[in-house]
Ligand binder design. Structure first.
Ligand code: PMV
Length: 322
């Protein structure tokens, strides 16, 4: 009972920050993301009757702090399959882990995909998306390629592909500004924001209008309208983060330099916009024809360690089964 799968991280253009229910990991708002083809997680899940507990080995190291999420995820899969065996999950990221590059999203998407295959669960089973969400609120989006849309109706989550990579070919350049892990996880940070930021409530109530407008801009392939709205939504999320007590300052001076450069490029007519998550890395989303110029411009900014660039990726997929 062993299978492997790959998944790509995703980056939200309309973001999620905050939960309506912590135990079930229910996002308080919907989100819209692009899947990053240039970054990849590969996971192998091996269910074995001789194991006494579940184990996660990430990039060659055991991850005891991940145990509660891992076990909750695997328990839900075992219940669905009616099997008792524990599992060893071996996962490799080809990019910095836990530094605002959505490694938990690709990690749990690959894990659920591989585990479902190993347990013989039909990959179209809708519960698999909810199980992916146990790992991370943004992980269901990594099950889909191109652009993914996650919506909430009360306590019901729906996640689906909005556009394939061919429907709207876009590219993303990620400016890596540090390889260091962040001090505060998204999970803890967003709960602190819900409890203490005076802007949190407005973030939640103003969010559906952003999401609806973004969906329309994507359907119309209106890059410049999406660019303005995505940057606004990102900055709104960061204003909630910064006004959290104690403050969540995920930016470094290099982050800001990258954001300013991207705004300058767009003012000069280059179809590009920035987005930043819970970490100092900057993602530049652009039309494919602008990618080389965007990569060069980001490379030249002092403090940028490297730039990882590529087209939108496909959804999580099984790569092998024994
Ligand atoms: O899914 P989590 O717990 O890693 O939180 C994701 C939060 C952001 O990356 C900041 C926004 C998003 O929608 O991806």
């Amino acid at each position: 009972m062993r299978a492997s799968a790959i998944a790509h991280p995703n980056v939200a253009l309309i973001k999620y920050w905050g939960k309506s229910e912590v135990t079930a990991n229910l996002p308080a708002v919907g989100s819209l993301s692009v899947t990053l083809g240039a970054l990849r997680t590969k996971s192998t899940v091996n269910f074995d009757a001789d194991l006494e507990s579940d184990v996660l080995i990430l990039n060659g190291e055991a991850q005891p702090s991940e145990q509660p999420r891992l076990v909750a995820c695997l328990d839900a899969l075992r219940r669905l399959a009616g099997r008792p065996e524990h599992a060893v999950v071996t996962s490799e990221n080809d990019f910095p882990t836990g530094a605002g590059l959505a490694s938990s999203a690709s990690g749990y998407a690959a894990l659920v995909k591989a585990a479902a295959e190993a347990l013989g669960i039909d990959s179209d089973t809708p519960e698999l998306l909810d199980i992916t969400r146990i790992g991370s609120g943004s992980a269901p989006r990594s099950m889909f390629g191109g652009m993914a849309l996650l919506t909430m109706q009360g306590d019901r989550m729906d996640c689906r592909q909005l556009l394939t990579p061919d429907d709207w070919p876009l590219a993303v350049a990620v400016a890596v500004t540090t390889e260091r892990k962040k001090d505060i996880t998204s999970r803890d940070g967003m709960e602190q924001s819900r409890l203490t930021s005076p802007f949190y409530e407005h973030w939640v109530t103003s969010h559906p209008a952003d999401l609806d407008a973004a969906i329309q801009y994507c359907k119309d392939r209106d890059f410049m309208a999406l660019a303005e709205l995505a940057e606004h939504n990102c900055l709104k999320m960061h204003s909630v983060m910064m006004t959290t007590r104690p403050p969540l300052m995920y930016w470094s001076p290099v982050t800001l330099a990258c954001m300013q450069k991207i705004m300058e490029l767009r003012a000069d007519g280059v179809p590009v916009f920035f987005t930043v998550d819970a970490g100092p890395q900057v993602k530049a989303v652009c039309e494919p024809g602008a990618l080389a110029d965007v990569v060069n411009a980001l490379h030249d900014i002092p403090g940028v360690i490297r730039v990882i660039a590529g087209a939108l990726g496909d959804g999580a997929s099984v790569t092998g089964r024994d």
